[in-house]
Write a protein that binds this ligand. Structure first.
Ligand code: HEC
Ligand code: HEC
Ligand code: HEC
Ligand code: HEC
Ligand code: HEC
Length: 218
């Protein structure tokens, strides 16, 4: 091994290709990750299902008892927020049903003390994006399209990514999802010819494709 003067490059240069390669692998991996993350509709909190202060079950109340969503989420067709029920709403039934249950006693106590139940939020969008429930409900977009089969959930979990790509998928082609307004809270609704029905309803409800940034970023 001669270290003659013919060595133009410093010794570390022997490793340069390896270093460059490692860098490219890391950078390439990172770029792939970023691009995949950015463009994937599946990057956000799908599956998120926080524990709630009371073991309230949609499966029981909606799936078995058949209570309509709007009985509890009274804002959903009138305002931006769907809203959550007050303890008084629960007590309309539970004043007499299952009064010996410790879970129900928590609700009774909340009414007594006036301290609301602190339900943990499942879905949330970043502040810089704007969303309005009533605009969707009154255009025949079902809870199902965004929240899934809530009537089968013991505990609510997030089903859709709520990412921008996901919002746009429907805003570009609402006919894939729009249904008769009378069916928006019906978790069992389905038609074999959605594209035909959807197209008709989009016309009937005067729905336009909405892709301008200002629709959701105000
Ligand atoms: C008897 C009352 C009641 C009915 C009926 C009801 N809900 Fe709820 N809902 C609640 C309560 C209480 C919570 C908060 C606790 C929880 O997340 O489970 C909630 C939470 C939710 C959430 C999660 C909110 C968040 O924090 O992001 C969604 C989504 C939801 N409900 C959808 C529906 C849909 C869709 C229907 C009809 C198919 C429905 N609910 C019917 C009482 C009700
Ligand atoms: C329309 C009537 C009705 C309303 C409104 C209602 N419930 Fe119920 N709930 C029932 C019935 C019926 C049962 C089943 C009772 C049984 O198992 O015999 C039940 C069961 C429950 C149970 C299980 C109790 C146990 O220990 O088995 C919980 C917890 C509960 N409800 C919470 C709530 C909450 C919270 C609300 C308000 C967001 C609410 N319910 C609103 C009718 C209602
Ligand atoms: C087009 C999609 C979409 C539809 C349709 C939709 N939701 Fe939501 N929902 C959302 C998004 C997005 C959030 C989170 C909002 C936020 O963080 O500002 C949310 C939040 C909620 C919440 C939490 C409280 C609130 O208002 O933020 C409840 C409860 C809820 N939805 C119930 C319903 C019910 C019931 C229906 C049907 C009658 C429904 N949603 C239809 C997308 C939808
Ligand atoms: C499954 C279909 C669907 C999904 C998913 C959906 N939207 Fe929409 N959105 C609609 C339809 C249909 C309208 C009504 C368009 C019309 O009236 O011309 C609408 C209207 C709106 C409006 C009111 C537009 C206006 O001009 O006032 C806003 C804001 C909005 N959507 C935001 C969102 C955001 C944010 C998301 C994602 C978190 C989302 N939407 C997801 C179908 C959808
Ligand atoms: C239908 C509703 C809708 C429209 C239209 C829309 N956005 Fe968004 N955008 C969202 C939502 C919802 C989010 C937040 C999603 C998330 O948490 O990644 C978002 C996030 C973003 C972000 C942040 C991205 C990130 O990952 O942090 C940028 C930047 C953005 N939007 C730019 C735009 C531009 C530019 C346009 C117009 C070409 C546009 N948006 C149109 C709903 C929309």
């Amino acid at each position: 091994m001669s270290r003659g003067s013919q060595n133009i490059f410093p010794r570390w240069a022997n490793y340069a290709p390896a270093i460059l390669l490692a860098f490219l692998i890391v950078a390439g991996g990172f770029a792939t990750f970023v691009i995949g993350y950015w463009f994937s509709p599946k990057n956000l909190d799908v599956g998120y299902s926080p524990k709630q202060p009371i073991r309230y079950s949609h499966k029981l109340h909606v799936g078995q008892l058949g209570i309509d969503c709007r009985y509890c989420h009274t804002g959903v067709d009138k305002s931006a927020n769907a809203g959550l029920p007050t303890s008084e709403t629960c007590m309309k039934c539970h004043k007499t049903i299952k009064t010996d249950s410790p879970e129900i006693q928590k609700i009774a106590k909340s009414v007594e003390t006036g301290k609301p139940i602190e339900w943990v939020k499942v879905h949330s969008l970043p502040d810089y994006s704007y969303f309005d429930h009533s605009r969707h409900i009154n255009s025949g977009v079902s809870c199902y399209s965004c929240h899934g089969r809530v009537d089968q959930m013991e505990r609510v979990h997030q089903v859709q990514p709520l990412s921008m790509g996901w919002c746009l998928d429907c805003h570009r082609a609402p006919q894939k999802y729009v249904r008769p307004k009378s069916e928006v809270t019906n978790m069992m609704y389905s038609v074999p010819d959605q594209m035909i029905v959807g197209k008709k309803l989009v016309k009937q409800y005067h729905i336009e494709t909405k892709e301008d940034c200002s629709v959701c970023h105000r």
